[in-house]
Structures are given as C-alpha cells and as structure tokens.
Design a protein around this ligand. Structure first.
Ligand code: ZN
Length: 393
C-alpha cells in the first residue's frame, strides 16, 4: 500500500506534471508585420492533436474527434470534412507553419469546441429570408427565377421547422420586393432567434461552376472570402459583432447537413459582408443552394422534389444547431449524416480549388450598401494565396 507521504508526493508530482502540460500548451503568439499568428504545432498541442502529418503542401491533424487539413500558402482548408475559407493564408515562417490568430479565434475554435462558444443563446424562432422578390428576380435559369425558388424553399422549410417546434417568421410571404434593411429589421425584432437567408447562385464567367456554399459575416479586420486582401472600406464598413462564433457555427451545422445529405460540390463555408448578415443582430447565415447557371444544377433546382430534399437538409442542420445551443449536444458533421443515409450520393469530386466566379446581379443586390470608393489596400503581411482565389457566388 502506498504511504500517505508517498501519495502526497505523487499528487504533488502529478500536479507539477499537469501544470507543466498546461504551461506547454500556452499560446505563443508570433507577430509578423503587425499581425498575430500561431504555429500549427502550438494549435495541435492546445487542442490535443498528435503531431501534424505533412504531405507536400498538405498539413493533416486528426485526434479522432476533430480533423483538419491546412494547405500551405492557401486560405483554403478542410475542417471535419468540409471546406472552410480562412481570412489569411497559412504559410511557413522561420520553418514553422503559421495560422493567423483571427482565423484561429473566428473559424477554428468555434468548430473545434462548439460547446465552448460564449453566449450561445437558446433558439426558438427561425427567421427565414427568401432572397430577392418583386422586380428583383435574382439569378435566372432556363427554367425560372431565383426569387421564386427561394420563396418556394422557404415555404417548404416552414412546416418542417414548425413540426420540430420552432416558431417561423418569413421576411416575405409572396413575390414582393423587401429592402435588405427591412429584412434585417424584421429579424432584429424577434427574440431567441436565428436568421437564415435562402438564395441560389449564378455566375456569367464559368458555366460549369456548381455546388453549395454558405456565408456568415466576415470578422472585423479581415477580408471577405472573395477579397484578396484587406481594404479600408471593408474594415470601416462594419463594427464588431458578438454573434460571430454563433453565426459560423450555424453555418457549419447547416452546411454539414447539406453536404452530408445531398451530393453537391463543396464550395465551402465562406465569409462576406452582405447587408443582411451585417445588419442582423442575431446569428445569421446566407445559403447558396446551387447554381442556376450550371445546366445540371439548374435542372435540379427546378425540380420540386429536389427542393424538398434541400429543405429537409436545411431543417436538420437548424435542428442540430438548436440541439447545441439549447442542450450543448455536439453538432453532427458530414460523416455522421452520410452514415445515417448510406444511400446518399457521394459528393462530387472536383479540384480542391474553387473555380473563380465573378459577382452576379444577385450579389450586387446583396452588396447594395457597400461603399465602393475609398478601397485603399491595407498592409497584407502574408503572401497572397497561390492559385486559390476564392470564388464568389
Ligand atoms: Zn440571391
């Protein structure tokens, strides 16, 4: 039997060991051109990942609970099986792979530890925002208008959400034009709520651009996904928001469900300063449910059965977010959904890099309050992403 003295010594020893461990995973911030970075090794230790596996430009971390893959000199990465777009590229500095602090705080942390998100408010109400309406038709395919598909999708979603006990408010119920500020005001007048804007994508530059993407508000002091660098305008346009982490987590919950249940191309979890994301004061996301300019997807979007699948998947994602917010239940990820639905089509294989796509009419409408002038480039301390210009809807 262990003597009391020995037990005390052991306890002290293990306390010492634990404190050593804690000391070992303290954040070691590296300043590079005025911006804060952390090494991938530091991040791995902090979150309990074994040493990263490096294969060419790919850096893999997997601890059996979470999985991440960084790409050196790129803003593109995979977190738990889906594409994410960082604010700044990951790059090598003094022989160490570094990630910006803003990306760690705003993109990695909420996804690696969703249970730790501060002030994740309970959810009872979903504000559904069918994009466009009235004279604003949005994107157009050979089969129909974005405004009609978005409204139909909201109408399909409403009863699904209500059946799960959500209260549902729609920013429009018919084919009318609703200004963006009014949509945000409707959302902000609700309580215990989240905001989900529904859109379909378009581009006039790349007829084969396809797939899903989802947006939440760009963090303050960071470029949006489609921007190569920081501009004064993009910094000045927006005050900080307390809902950043909740919004990106809502993005993740819906996006993992979408990709896990419908086999479209993964364009990723993105950031933008769309007016409806900027002006809403509750967790807010904007879903782009496929391209009206791509032949195959435009046909799918025109199919009511496919839109029903889309509604089912979005509903499951919202439910997963509520389970996290209300009961701290870890959200399902893409692999969980694929396991639940073994017959679901595999995701489309494509290059890792998004095909670049220019702004569309619908995007311009969303950006209607964005000042185009005074776009003075700010210092961009990191190398620009190599061949990974993130696409726009
Ligand atoms: Zn749109």
């Amino acid at each position: 039997m262990m003597s009391l003295r020995r037990l005390i010594l052991c306890t002290i020893g293990s306390c010492f060991f634990v404190s050593q461990l804690i000391a070992a995973v303290e954040w070691q911030v590296i300043k590079i051109n005025g911006r804060d970075f952390l090494t991938v090794d530091n991040i791995a230790k902090f979150y309990g990942f074994p040493n990263p596996t490096i294969d060419g430009r790919n850096v893999d971390l997997n601890n059996g609970k979470n999985e991440m893959q960084f790409h050196i000199d790129s803003r593109e990465m995979l977190i738990n099986g889906v594409r994410n777009w960082l604010s700044f590229p990951v790059f090598v500095h003094d022989g160490k792979i570094v990630v910006s602090r803003i990306d760690l705080a705003k993109t990695l942390e909420p996804q690696l530890r969703p249970n730790m998100i501060q002030k994740l408010a309970r959810v009872r109400t979903v504000v559904l925002d069918p994009g466009h309406g009235g004279f604003d038709k949005g994107a157009i395919s050979g089969y129909g208008y974005e405004k009609d598909y978005a409204l139909d999708l909201a109408r399909l979603l409403r009863p699904l959400l209500q059946a799960k006990g959500f209260r549902v408010i729609m920013t429009r119920e018919s084919d009318v034009f609703v200004p963006l500020e009014l949509r945000a005001r409707i959302a902000n007048a609700t309580s215990d709520s989240i905001f989900v804007s529904l859109h379909f994508n378009a581009t006039d530059r790349d007829p084969i651009a396809s797939g899903f993407e989802i947006y939440s508000l760009t963090p303050r002091g960071a470029p949006s996904t489609y921007e190569d660098g920081l501009t004064l305008a993009s910094v000045n346009i927006q005050n900080g928001t307390e809902e950043d982490a909740a919004s990106v987590e809502l993005s993740c919950c819906i996006y993992h469900s979408l990709l896990g249940q419908i086999g479209e191309f993964d364009r990723g979890i993105k950031r933008a300063r769309f007016a409806v994301l900027r002006l809403t004061k509750i967790p807010a996301v904007l879903i782009e449910g496929g391209f009206l300019t791509e032949r195959g997807e435009s046909r799918l979007i025109a199919n009511p059965g496919w839109r029903q699948q889309l509604a089912d998947a979005i509903c499951a994602g919202i439910d997963s977010y509520r389970a996290l917010a209300n009961s701290k239940k870890p959200p399902l990820v893409v692999a969980d959904y694929r396991r639940q639905k073994p017959g679901a089509p595999a995701p489309q294989k494509d290059t890792l890099v998004d095909p670049a796509a220019p702004p569309t009419l619908s995007l311009n409408m969303l950006y209607s309050e964005r000042p185009a002038e005074n776009s003075t480039p700010l210092q961009t301390p990191t190398p620009s992403p190599i061949g990974t210009a993130p696409a726009e809807p």
